[in-house]
Design a protein around this ligand. Structure first.
Ligand SMILES: Cc1cc2nc3c(=O)[nH]c(=O)nc-3n(C[C@H](O)[C@H](O)[C@H](O)COP(=O)(O)OP(=O)(O)OC[C@H]3O[C@@H](n4cnc5c(N)ncnc54)[C@H](O)[C@@H]3O)c2cc1C
Length: 535
């Protein structure tokens, strides 16, 4: 039996890792990816300001996978009628089962001049280009001595204020400030809809807008780009002269899928032999709700795809009990330069606690799916940048933390070995009741709105739990809660919270209260009809 997974992003990697453990030994498992690496895309904007992050967020697939063969090639077509995948090098691969996880591409909506003059952000080379272009703007307009500042400032425009646009604008504004040229360069963030982070809860949008403005970004919602040339961006409200233009205004389907993002339902199947998840498709879940294109959704959908594929493969043409996937939002977390905004259940965090969460979630992901060396590298860099990582009282405590993290990883690997014995395989297959119990755990609401630290800590552990792909393994919860609690406590002390002195965002930087929509995310159609919350 030949099983192909197309794409080594969040969706493809997570499905492949599950299939490595669960497919019968006789099955051939191949992951096809055009880069041969797993890019931790939700941290891609960081590489604009900090190019040394590239090594931490771009992980060779060979370092992560044990059993699957890796084919570094570009997929040009998926023929579902003949069960054949065509590659750019001319080869064709036949499959019995295929998982389409090719992600999405940037949508330019046929806006005249847009694709020609704006730089998108989807790949590492885009981050490098944006950095290079920004350096050129700094060289042209930056003045180290503010008294000699030029009368005309440079203008950098970011089009589209979804997850990627907001984070890019934050990085550029922070980079300008770090270089001492914030007064010489204007960062303008355009959004067609009437708010930043369209589709997110209102409190999250408000906090994001506020933090962007605090970083010096000129936020202009309700601005529709209609055309661009080498000097000007035309909008419905007039034109803007620019020196650099970054476009993060939406996504479209992968070329290999004809530029389309086909719709799939909760079973995550395009047909009986072809499964699909992640940004490559528009998912409408088991409740009929559209699922946002996000790393978070791609990770969570992987369990259902792996389960359904293994069930189909082992049914041998017989009855297949197909599981339906239901999307539950675990909350949202973005960085705005060195600041961050987190929505954890009903609570919105900014400043140091949100930064601590961002670090914790990123490091957990890398430790689970990248490598411990990378996770520790990022931990150290984040500690240097934000000053909110655990403040170990001495080097032996820091070494102990390093050892605990490594030990946890070894335990995880030991507890989930790949085995060729059929009894092990069948016992590792989740039963429908185990899937249900995971679902019910993820569905349980977090603690009620409160500003108290114990409540914040329980929200943190809930968030950690939800963001980890290890809902069946309690170890990360213990480790994560310990780390997060310690970090929160450190932040609280630094901001004077423990002495009752409010920090910049209140005693702990926590804004409590139920969002307008409670735990639900309002969904609004973007220009291509998709919920437009990922750029
Ligand atoms: C700057 C930025 C910040 C973001 N921040 C967040 C965030 O904070 N939270 C969040 O949840 N989401 C965030 N997102 C969105 C998130 O990164 C995507 O939703 C997520 O990457 C989708 O995962 P995926 O596996 O479907 O696709 P991808 O991660 O895009 O993976 C697709 C894979 O397929 C490969 N591939 C593509 N085409 C081909 C081909 N033709 N042949 C072979 N291989 C191919 C690619 O190289 C890649 O490895 C952000 C996105 C960006 C750009």
């Amino acid at each position: 039996m030949d099983v192909l997974v197309l794409g080594g992003g969040y969706a493809g990697l997570l499905v492949t890792r599950k299939l490595e453990r669960r497919l019968p030994e006789s099955a051939t498992l191949t992951l096809v990816d055009d880069t041969g690496t797993h890019l931790v895309q939700h941290e891609l904007h960081r590489a604009i300001r900090k190019p040394d992050y590239v090594d931490d967020i771009d992980v060779p697939l060979g370092e992560i996978l044990d059993r699957a063969s890796i084919r570094e090639a570009r997929v040009t077509d998926v023929d579902r009628a003949t069960h054949t995948v065509s590659l750019a090098d001319g080869d064709e691969l036949d499959y019995d089962y295929c998982v389409v996880a090719l992600g999405a591409e940037t949508a330019f909506y046929d806006i005249p001049g847009l694709e020609e003059h704006a730089t998108p952000l989807k790949r590492l080379e885009h981050a490098a280009t944006i950095r290079r272009e920004f350096e050129a703007v700094i060289d042209q307009f930056g003045h180290e001595d503010p008294t000699t500042a030029a009368e005309t400032a440079g203008t950098v425009v970011v089009g589209g204020a979804g997850l990627s646009g907001v984070q890019v604008a934050g990085e550029l504004a922070t980079m300008a400030r770090e270089r001492g040229v914030a007064d010489d360069i204007e960062i303008v963030l355009l959004e067609q809809l009437d708010t930043v982070a369209p589709g997110f809860p209102e409190r999250f949008q408000d906090a994001t807008h506020e933090r962007l403005v605090a970083q010096g970004v000129d936020v202009r919602p309700g601005t529709t780009v209609t055309a661009a040339d080498e000097a000007q961006i035309s909008t419905e409200g007039g034109s803007i002269e620019y020196d650099q233009f970054v476009w993060t205004g939406g996504i479209r389907g992968n070329e290999a899928m004809g530029g389309d993002r086909p719709a799939v339902r909760g079973d995550l199947r395009l047909d009986a032999r072809t499964f699909a998840l992640g940004d490559a498709v528009r998912i409408v879940d088991a409740d009929g709700e559209p699922v946002p294109a996000s790393a978070s959704a791609a990770v969570r959908a992987s369990e259902t795809v792996a389960r359904n594929l293994v069930a189909a493969a082992t049914a041998d043409g017989g009855f297949v009990d197909v599981a339906q996937w239901r999307w539950e939002s675990p909350g949202w977390l973005i960085s705005i330069g060195d600041d961050a905004v987190a929505q954890v259940g009903p609570t919105v965090l900014t400043g140091a606690p949100a930064n601590a969460l961002k670090s914790a979630v990123g490091i957990t992901y890398l430790a689970e799916h990248g490598s411990f060396r990378r996770a520790l590298d990022v931990l150290r860099k984040e500690a240097d940048d934000t000053g909110v990582s655990p403040s170990y009282s001495n080097s032996s405590e820091a070494a102990l933390a390093d050892r605990s993290l490594k030990k946890w990883g070894r335990r995880r690997r030991r507890s989930r070995p790949y085995s060729s014995s059929s009894s092990r395989i069948s016992s590792s297959l989740p039963t429908s009741s185990s899937v249900d119990s995971v679902d019910s755990k993820e569905r349980s609401p977090s603690s009620p709105p409160s500003t108290s630290t114990p409540s914040a800590c329980s929200s943190v552990s809930w968030f950690w739990f939800s963001c980890s792909d290890s809902s069946y393994d309690p170890n990360p919860i213990v480790g994560g809660t310990w780390w997060s609690a310690k970090t929160l406590w450190t932040c609280r002390s630094r901001e004077g919270g423990s002495r009752g002195v409010p920090g910049p965002h209140g005693p702990t930087g926590i804004t409590a209260g139920r969002t307008r929509d409670g735990y639900e995310q309002p969904r609004r159609a973007g220009p291509d009809g998709d919920p437009r919350i990922a750029g």
